[in-house]
Design a protein around this ligand. Sequence first.
Ligand SMILES: *Cc1c(COP(=O)(O)O)cnc(C)c1O
Length: 358
Amino acid sequence: MSDNHSGDDHASTPRFLASDNTSGICPEALDYLHRANEVDDLAYGNDTWTARASDAFRALFETDCEVFFVFNGTAANSLVLASLCQSYHSVICHQLAHIETDECGGPEFFSNGSKLLTVPGDGGRITPEGIERTVTKRGDIHYPRPRVVSLTQATEVGTVYDLNALRAIRDVADHHDLRVHMDGARFANACAGLDVSPAELTWRAGVDVLCFSGTKNGLAFGEAVIFFDKRLALDFEYRCKQAGQLASKMRYLSAPWLGLLESGAWLSNARHANAMAQRLIAGVSDIAGVSPMFEVQANSVFLEMPAAMQNALRSRAWTFYTFIGEGGVRFVCSWNTSPALIDALIADLREAEAEIAA
Ligand SMILES: *Cc1c(COP(=O)(O)O)cnc(C)c1O
């Protein structure tokens, strides 16, 4: 099953481009997991690894932020939104947002009922106008009071919010006293794609809280929750504990993060994944029937293609999803996606093109 590196042609061996969580643990993370295992340490985050990883995040973000480690993204998003909202508040997000479509009501559950108000927007992005319209639609006591804007960076369809887009959203948020939450399931890919620093892409552009995914960046599991406005972090550790997200051996969540941050792998992994997505989109540009659905700005590629072509790929053991975002075939590249794997996919698409034409 370690065929991800070879890109060879065994139709029975799955070839994984379905998501960036099909990949394994990157060497830097695994190295630090082993290092953390050499000596015992204190539990519940009172260990040296967690302190060092938290400091590494403060260095990376160039600010004195509050850092928490949880197991997964649904918990990170849900608990953050719960901490920003009273039950009568609402959260403005894109209609394709993971918090709306893929968290099984987690944000509403943990916030005791805060409502998600979804807005449309091209390329998976919400706009200042969309936010403004949603906030000003009603101002009476019968409407759930808007409190948070939630953005996904990179978006669910593989695009990014650039600095101007973020600043414009911050302006409208300030105007209506809204907090800004960023679902950074692919935050590293956005930094890499835009070639801007983590600080520029978050608090300097007005983000209050970031959920930074390690899972999709090369960890076994783990997300960092980063509060740039430290007042918003009040009692967050109690929420984590109550939700079953306080790891007693937290060093095994935090040490691999330190591996990503100290080595710079968080960024090189993302750059590699993005480069593989660029290789794929460039390689399919002249294949009849295949067309890109969105600009490729991070590590995901969405392609429209005929059903016969999708079937041809499935019969060649390619794994991909067709239900995410606005449909189409989604391929996601990760830290260990090889150029050979991408080239094999392009070759199979060409074969399918010829079969369909014949
Ligand atoms: C993967 C992902 C998450 C986190 O998902 P979990 O399975 O809960 O870890 C959050 N947001 C987006 C946009 C994602 O793609």
